[in-house]
Design a protein around this ligand. Structure first.
Ligand SMILES: NC(=O)c1ccc[n+]([C@@H]2O[C@H](COP(=O)([O-])OP(=O)(O)OC[C@H]3O[C@@H](n4cnc5c(N)ncnc54)[C@H](OP(=O)(O)O)[C@@H]3O)[C@@H](O)[C@H]2O)c1
Length: 330
């Protein structure tokens, strides 16, 4: 196959325009692996790329898609042979390197991992960057001492990609999960994923005028930032931690040192993009093994190259639920 279908984002005088086009394999950048992309998934960052956010993508025309699950077609790396199933997420994939919203990608071998045993390609993309990030948050919180008997764990942005996987994973691991959502009609969905309690976004944002709030959470997975982040820090129990990975509410927050010096709490940063491949591999293996989530299909909204653009518009306004999985053969 010398040509393939891809979503292309072009910078025009009227703004950033998206269309599905035919591209040439020969136009892909140099790299060790040519991959037949079977599935990708939609993450908030893809929507930022598709709308020209310069913090994500600067080179246009461009094909977004920070997640890839597929089969190696050509390899100049000893680590992979044609026919191998692989996953690649993060690094520059889909940022300024053409990504998974195209049927072929060419990437450095150092961005790819063998598909973990225990997951198929579609399951891997039901997780994707969002799932890996949720798992990284939980792992970092546990490394900092979080345990199921340390109090309920708050998950913000809970119906989103990272949030929904975090709710499922924490519930599986025996935590009592409180989910925060701005979608009043999705409380039942969050309970079906394992949330013991669901609260409204406004409730998680309250208390900005107070230096400390009642000690409530044994841990927090925060995907939204802003006022919600620091009000959640103020509600951490003594010695507990918040893992911060997202910014859909706001990238900035107003803070004081008081929760840190009076309650011994921790604010932990989580990055899935530049995390070394070996660290990514450890988390994938957990998600394929002891942390494997049953019922991941309940999170999936099936997408194709023809429908992903509409989903990009919805994720930008926080209206997606769960994980959009892009089937590149559909
Ligand atoms: N650090 C990393 O490596 C990493 C990796 C992946 C993602 N992220 C970041 O994590 C965040 C979530 O990513 P995602 O892919 O899960 O996105 P997503 O699927 O759009 O989920 C975000 C969720 O946040 C809630 N939300 C939306 N707008 C909000 C607002 N203004 N205030 C408060 N809550 C709002 C919504 O859930 P409810 O309606 O249920 O509230 C929404 O579904 C993004 O900022 C993304 O860039 C970071």
């Amino acid at each position: 196959m010398t040509d393939f279908r891809a979503l292309l984002v072009e910078k025009t005088e009227a703004g950033f325009q998206r269309s599905v086009v035919t591209r040439q394999v020969a136009d892909l950048p140099a790299g060790d692996l040519l991959i037949d992309v079977r599935y990708s998934s939609l993450n908030f960052k893809d929507a930022l790329s598709a709308t020209g956010n310069p913090g994500v993508s600067r080179n246009f025309p461009h094909t977004p898609g920070i997640d890839v699950a597929g089969v190696v077609v050509e390899s100049s790396s000893e680590r992979f042979a044609p026919g191998d199933s692989v996953v690649a997420i993060g690094f520059d994939l889909g940022m300024n390197t053409p990504g998974g919203f195209g049927q072929r990608v060419r990437i450095p071998a150092g961005w790819a991992l063998p598909l973990p045993e225990g997951l198929d390609l579609r399951e891997a993309m039901r997780l994707g960057t969002a799932g890996l990030t949720a798992a990284l948050c939980v792992q970092k919180l546990e490394d900092a001492g979080m345990t199921p008997d340390g109090g309920p764990v708050l998950v913000t942005g809970a119906t989103g990609g990272v949030g929904s996987v975090a709710v499922m994973l924490l519930a599986k691991l025996g935590y009592r999960v409180t989910a925060v959502t701005g979608k009043p009609d999705q409380h039942g969905f969050l309970q079906s994923l394992g949330a013991a309690e669901v609260i409204a976004r406004e409730e998680a944002r309250t208390g900005s005028d107070k230096p400390l709030l009642p000690e409530t959470w044994g841990g927090v997975v925060d995907t939204v930032g802003g006022e919600t982040l620091f009000n959640s820090v103020k509600r951490l129990r003594y010695g507990a931690s918040l893992a911060a990975c997202g910014l859909v509410e706001a990238p900035q927050f107003a803070a004081t040192v008081l929760p840190f010096i009076l309650r011994n709490v921790n604010l932990l940063g989580v990055d899935s993009v530049e995390l070394p491949l070996a660290e990514k591999a450890k988390v994938w293996d957990k998600l394929a093994g002891p942390w494997k989530l049953d019922g991941l299909d309940a999170l999936e909204e099936p997408l194709s190259l023809d429908t992903v653009s509409d989903a990009i518009d919805r994720i930008l306004v926080g209206a997606m639920v769960g994980r959009g999985v892009v089937d590149l053969s559909a």
